[in-house]
Design a protein around this ligand. Structure first.
Ligand SMILES: CC(C)(COP(=O)(O)OP(=O)(O)OC[C@H]1O[C@@H](n2cnc3c(N)ncnc32)[C@H](O)[C@@H]1OP(=O)(O)O)[C@@H](O)C(=O)NCCC(=O)NCCS
Length: 135
């Protein structure tokens, strides 16, 4: 069996986390080749939930930024393909929501997950907007 718990992002082993991004396929859409930037992504996320297998192996992660009161941005959700379809993603989302129960959860779905989010309770927002990075 596996279990999910909230952790401090900066305390995680970056290489181990990169492993789960690769094993989930999310690495294709994240700057995993820039370890310094990826390390900042982990340290800057103030609501990180991980899933570990019985042997302690990292098998999933939910990396979010929250104000703890109104909104939580779920930046990344990734589950090792060998453990997908077992409820790990659903549990990572549940623990994330429980950490800031008053906050609305917001995210941008990767193409592979557009059908996943409505399946686990998310509602599509017709007036979501983004602005490209400065550099
Ligand atoms: C999307 C992802 C996080 C889902 O994690 P998971 O642990 O496999 O999901 P769960 O087991 O909690 O699935 C819950 C339900 O959603 C369904 N589901 C899983 N992946 C799905 C998908 N891509 N599309 C539609 N439904 C999906 C499951 O069958 C399950 O259905 P059920 O409750 O009726 O049995 C995982 O597939 C993943 O890491 N994908 C690659 C990375 C990615 O695209 N991440 C999203 C970035 S925005």
């Amino acid at each position: 069996m596996w279990k999910c718990e909230r952790v401090i992002g900066a305390d995680l082993d970056v290489e181990e986390v990169l492993g789960v991004y690769r094993a989930s396929t999310l690495a294709e859409r994240r700057p995993v080749g820039d370890v310094e930037r990826f390390t900042r992504m982990l340290a800057g996320a103030n609501l990180v939930v991980v899933a570990r297998a019985e042997d302690g192996r990292l098998i999933g992660i939910a990396r979010s930024i929250t104000d703890g009161a109104y909104s939580t941005y779920l930046g990344d959700l990734a589950v090792d393909v060998a453990f997908q379809g077992q409820g790990v993603g659903r549990e990572l989302i549940r623990v994330t929501r429980e950490a800031a129960p008053e906050a609305k959860l917001v995210l941008l779905a990767a193409p592979a997950a557009v059908d996943y989010y409505p399946h686990v309770g998310f509602t599509r927002h017709e007036s979501a907007w983004t602005m490209d990075r400065l550099q």
